[in-house]
Design a protein around this ligand. Structure first.
Ligand code: C2E
Ligand code: MG
Ligand code: MG
Length: 534
């Protein structure tokens, strides 16, 4: 798994966040789909149950009328079942019965006469497939010469031969014939269809058991069965299950991609927030270990000559996914979480390794390293500074320390540390001068080598901002104390000219150069030196 992640260059936090997001969205969607699935199953089941119930009512009504007609004929106790008298009764019986097409007489599998007339030698109706416990011999789906398109159910009394004829459709015209529905009447005696339209599966009958009514989904069809309480049969209705999957699928078609997209967005937000809020110190720690921190060097220029005399080492953090985190974010956080000491130690080490050769070759050049508040009170760092410089054969004067001004609240304690660093041969300048506790008295007490005029003041040069006069006060103050002045964030020629005219020695800013890799700095210095010699 870690191998896959590293091959795909995936951040495990991001992967977990994505998974959380996808699960968070997919779960309710799946539940909702599952719910609608069960909901539509329930709907189809009740549709099927209604059909089975309607079919049962209709068939019971037909059976009632069949018995009524047969009994009526039998009650007349006629000698000849096909006499004109008998046939007149047949006509009356069939006219009264709304569901019967005809009433007749069957003997030896032949319909000899009916309310439709004499049938000569008789119409062959074949043997009955089913004999009901009530004594009706039932012949299903028979054709009669009067209408060759229709099928009829012919139910004859075993005892008397009197017969009722019913159009098969009459029994099941509750459902649309075109649909792939199944509906039918099943005899309890042999569990086979007495008559039916559409699909029928024998295994459905076995499910009924002793139940009065039942509905289920067999994977293909939603089926409902209902047993008659008066006759030895039950009806069924079957609705194809594609209708179920159809509704499920059509919803899933747009719900699932929508959910996954929402999950990804949610996951990414969770990832961003988690990274910002919770994981940053831990990630910075592992960034240190994994070498995600690197240095850029921003040249510092001698304003009078335009020559590059030094460079400030500025830390950068590039995550494995390519995203940069600003030092304005991670440096204050490192200060709060006591990580800054390790970071400064790392910077000292990198500077010595990367710029050692340059500083040995150019002893007049310097690199500025930023020290945070607590670094100035950290004896281990002083030892490292001394050690690193010595081991790499670097002149201490080639490494400047920029101390942030907000550190100097305890002026007396800080003074001692600054003097110790200066005692090693380094220059100490106050960074971001003018933004914190800057005052003339601090400057005199601390005995530093110089100050960096903060970009916010340089920005006001040539404008009518209320603070625009501050820069001239800072310059006057620094000059009176004979301090080195470095102007930060110089972006225009006008700012450079103003600073130059007032005796500010050094400047740093995009006007001259942006922060760059050590090899770019080295290459530029070689070119500059070459052109100076020429
Ligand atoms: P800083 O020490 O005052 O560094 C100067 C900042 O101004 C740098 O921002 C630099 O890139 C930026 N800058 C320089 N010239 C211009 C310009 O002409 N225009 C504009 N807009 N910006 C300019 P960066 O690198 O983002 O650093 C921000 C702060 O993070 C630094 O301010 C410093 O306080 C801290 N920092 C950076 N690297 C380190 C480090 O290695 N250690 C410590 N302790 N702090 C660091
Ligand atoms: Mg600085
Ligand atoms: Mg600064």
């Amino acid at each position: 798994m870690p191998l896959i992640l590293s091959v795909l260059k995936l951040n495990p936090v991001l992967v977990v966040a994505y998974l959380v997001g996808v699960v968070a969205i997919a779960t309710p969607i799946t539940l909702a789909l599952n719910y609608t699935d069960r909901q539509s199953l329930r709907e189809l089941e009740s549709q099927a149950a209604i059909l089975a119930s309607q079919a049962l009512r209709r068939n019971e009504q037909i059976t009632d009328q069949v018995y009524q007609a047969v009994q009526e004929m039998e009650a007349a106790s006629l000698q000849d079942p096909c006499s004109p008298q008998a046939m007149e009764r047949m006509i009356r019986a069939s006219m009264r019965a709304s569901r019967l097409q005809a009433v007749g007489y069957v003997e030896n599998n032949r319909l000899l006469c009916s309310s439709l007339g004499f049938h000569g030698a008789g119409l062959d109706v074949g043997t009955a497939e089913y004999v009901s416990p009530g004594g009706l011999a039932v012949r299903s789906d028979r054709r009669l010469p009067y209408d060759d398109k229709s099928l009829f159910r012919i139910s004859a009394s075993v005892k008397s031969g009197y017969t009722a004829i019913v159009h098969t459709d009459n029994a099941f015209d509750i459902v649309d014939n075109d649909a792939e529905f199944g509906v039918g009447l099943i005899g309890l005696g042999n569990m086979r269809p007495i008559s039916q339209v559409g699909i029928w599966k024998p295994e459905w009958a076995r499910r009924l058991g002793q139940a009065h009514r039942l509905s289920f989904y067999d994977g293909d069809y939603v089926v409902a069965l209902e047993r008659s309480s008066r006759y030895a049969y039950f009806t069924y209705a079957a609705i194809p299950g594609q209708r179920l999957q159809g509704s499920w699928k059509s919803q899933a078609m747009w719900l699932v991609p929508l959910g996954v997209a929402a999950g990804l967005i949610l996951g990414f937000s969770v990832y961003l927030v988690t990274r910002q809020q919770l994981g940053l110190p831990a990630q910075l720690r592992s960034a240190l270990r994994r070498g995600e921190l690197y240095l850029l060097y921003q040249p510092i220029i001698h304003l009078a000559s335009g020559q590059w005399v030094g460079a400030e080492a500025l830390l950068r953090w590039r995550r494995p996914d390519g995203e940069h985190v600003s030092p304005a974010v991670f440096i204050p956080m490192a200060e709060r979480t006591q990580l800054i000491g390790r970071i400064t130690a790392h910077v000292l080490d990198r500077v010595a390794h990367e710029a050692g050769a340059l500083l040995r070759a150019r002893p007049d050049f310097f690199i500025s390293v930023n020290f945070a508040s607590t670094d100035l009170h950290d004896p281990a760092l002083f030892e490292q500074l001394e050690d690193v410089v010595r081991r790499h054969g670097i002149r201490p004067a080639c490494v400047h320390i920029e101390a942030t001004e907000r550190t100097f609240i305890d002026a007396a304690g800080t003074r001692e540390h600054i003097q110790r660093i200066r005692g090693l041969g380094h220059q100490v300048v106050i960074d971001d001068f003018g933004t914190g506790y800057s005052s003339l008295s601090y400057l005199t007490q601390l005995e530093v080598d110089g100050l960096k005029i903060d970009k916010s003041f340089v920005d006001t040069i040539g404008t009518d901002a209320v603070t625009s006069h501050v820069v001239s006060h800072i310059i006057a103050m620094a000059r009176s104390l004979k301090l080195l002045m470095v102007a930060e964030g110089v972006e225009t020629e006008a700012q450079a000219a103003y600073l130059r005219e007032r005796g500010v020695q050094l400047a740093q800013g995009w006007l001259f150069a942006r922060p760059m890799r050590i090899d770019a700095l080295q290459a530029q210095l070689v070119v500059a030196k070459g052109s100076a010699q020429a």
